[in-house]
Design a protein around this ligand. Structure first.
Ligand SMILES: Nc1nc2c(c(=O)[nH]1)N[C@H]1C(S)=C(S)[C@@H](COP(=O)(O)O)O[C@H]1N2
Ligand SMILES: [Mo]
Length: 202
């Protein structure tokens, strides 16, 4: 049998398996709800709300002085593109937790990330510990552009990309899970791309 396929346009084949429903994207699309935030390095500050323990903050210079990690990873967006073999540089969130004096025994099970501009997204604490989440400032060996969340964004590569807050500003811990911006608008509370947890009920 003859397969006609699509005339003229064919997506490149991914070099390895990607999650169900995704396509291999060789570029880097920009996906922002609302305007691009313009945050200078000197205005950027990252804060962990320690509840009764007050707040602990880091400046751009603090970030630069912390141990840096090169991250080579795949990214899966709920709008169905997957970017493979992307390179990032930044600081493991575990290092921030250590410097904030947070031990292994964080009492709360969830946290909320907040961005400059007000974007929020929720994650289980377990999903951002042990080398799973980073505050990154370089993509492909260059500073991250404002469109992609520079000067500093999150990457949490094992979950859909909406969990990776651009222009990351702060985190606070929560006793119970609560929805962030997209989660309140129909996106899944957890968002595992390998289980296709795109929307409520998936
Ligand atoms: N602050 C903020 N972070 C955000 C978003 C946003 O709108 N605002 N969009 C999310 C979504 S839905 C995706 S897919 C990725 C897109 O990142 P990119 O524009 O660098 O591809 O950022 C995530 N982080
Ligand atoms: Mo997204």
């Amino acid at each position: 049998m003859l397969s006609r396929g699509f005339s003229g346009f064919r997506r490149p084949q991914p070099p390895r398996e990607i999650p169900e429903g995704q396509y291999y994207e060789t570029g880097f699309p920009v996906l922002t709800y609302g305007p691009t935030e313009r945050v200078s390095q000197s205005d950027w500050k990252f804060t962990i709300d320690l509840g009764e323990g007050g707040f602990k903050s880091w400046t751009w210079d603090d970030l630069m002085a912390m141990p840096q990690t090169d991250i080579h990873t795949d990214i899966h967006c709920v709008t169905k593109w997957s970017m493979l073999d992307s390179d990032w540089k930044g600081v493991d969130l575990d290092v921030f937790f250590e410097q904030a004096g947070l031990g292994e025994d964080i009492a709360e099970d969830y946290l909320m990330f907040r961005s400059f501009g007000g974007y929020t997204t929720n994650l289980p604490v377990a999903d951002v510990r042990g080398g799973k989440a980073y505050l990154v400032h370089e993509f492909g060996g260059e500073p991250i552009t404002p469109e992609h969340g520079g000067p500093v964004r999150m990457i949490v590569p094992h979950l859909y990309f909406w969990k990776s807050a651009k222009w990351v500003e702060s985190i606070r811990f929560m006793d119970e899970d609560a929805p962030g911006f997209w989660e309140a608008n129909g996106y899944h509370m957890y968002g595992d791309p390998w289980k296709e947890q795109r929307y409520w009920g998936d």
